[in-house]
Design a protein around this ligand. Structure first.
Ligand code: TRP
Length: 332
């Protein structure tokens, strides 16, 4: 039997999941866990590079964990854990700090962006974040790391650090291949279709946990245009708002763009927008209900993250021991 390839991904618990996350990469994860040996973790260590409200951070980590399980990440079929529960991340993070150059960290675009945004808190963690991320990855010797465009530079620096370390000590780390995941649909903001759907603009963003009334309100207020003839028509350049709604409707119903245009022929936005809203409500309903059920079952969630941490720790510690030995630490 072929060994399954190993895949790993970290999720920043810095906000709630929204429809763009769901119809984009997240929807394909349940297929991935069948095909690969997957590790998914909530990157709480990374999150404190920006100030967090403690109670909120704790709640968000658990909500996200429940959300992911509700979206189909079966904890029996993959390793789901919380980063801070596996000390090896911080331990290897420190070692890799010493093999990561000031110059290469200074060139990271995310560091430049974040320091521009959080001028009052330019901390060392924000700067060394890529070395911690490299540790997150290399501990599990994954074959690949699926990340979005914004994280590509982080995977590249991880490869550079791993190659540098291997160059000095032999083959310690597997070099993870960049992987362009199946992304699904690219969903834009409902009230600003030139930007991606994002939590920073809540009126244009449907959160997975939004109540049906809230979802409907957001869709009814979605930006379209003033066409009155053949208004429901897929034309991203000319009609970005409407095309985004068609994209969403197609993603949740499985209908083609042509089928949708025919369905709404001769009808106006007054019929179209609520129809998209209702289809989204029905798609999100089971996820929201299951998340709420899981959040009420603290014992189950605790069982999931403890079992996940144990599985993860076993693999991570093997790599960490190897690294400690290579750099010359005395074994305990
Ligand atoms: N930096 C990633 C983000 O902001 C989260 C992350 C942390 C991650 N460690 C990782 C992603 C390891 C992939 C692999 O989204």
């Amino acid at each position: 039997m072929d060994e399954k390839k190993v895949m790993l991904s970290g999720i920043q618990p810095s906000g709630e999941l929204h429809l763009g996350n769901y119809l984009g990469p997240l929807r394909h994860w349940p297929e991935m866990i069948e095909e690969f040996d997957c590790y998914f973790f909530l990157a709480d260590l990374h999150t404190i590079t920006v100030r967090q409200e403690p109670a909120q951070l704790r709640r968000r980590v658990l909500t996200l964990l429940a959300n992911y399980i509700a979206c189909g990440l079966d904890p029996e079929k993959c390793t789901l854990f919380i980063q801070s529960h596996v000390p090896a991340h911080a331990q290897l993070g420190w070692v890799l700090d010493c093999y990561t150059m000031f110059g290469e960290l200074s060139r990271m675009t995310q560091f430049k962006d974040k320091t521009a945004k959080h001028k009052d808190n330019i901390n060392a963690g924000l700067f060394t974040y890529p070395a911690l991320m490299a540790a997150d990855i290399l501990l599990y010797q994954p074959d690949f790391v699926p990340v979005g465009e914004d994280q590509k530079q982080h995977v590249e620096i991880c490869r550079d650090i791993a190659e540098r370390f291997n160059g000095l000590y032999g083959d310690v780390f597997k070099i993870p291949a960049p992987h362009i995941p199946k992304v699904g649909a690219r969903i834009m903001s409902l009230n600003d279709p030139a930007s991606k759907m994002s939590k920073s603009n809540l009126d244009g963003c449907v959160i997975l946990m939004d109540k049906p009334e809230e979802v409907m309100r957001k869709f009814k207020r979605a930006v379209t245009d003033s066409d009155t003839e053949r208004c429901v028509r897929f034309a991203p350049q000319e009609k970005p708002g409407v095309s985004n709604l068609i994209q969403i409707y197609a993603s949740v119903t499985g209908k083609s763009f042509e089928e949708i245009e025919t369905e709404f022929e001769g009808k106006g936005y007054g019929a179209f927008k609520p129809a998209v809203g209702e289809a989204v409500v029905e798609t999100l309903r089971p996820i929201r209900e299951e998340t709420e059920r899981l959040l009420a079952d603290k014992a189950y969630l605790e069982h999931v993250y403890k079992a996940g941490a144990e599985k993860a720790e076993y693999v991570a510690n093997k790599t960490l021991r190897k690294v400690y030995k290579k750099v010359g630490f005395v074994a305990r």
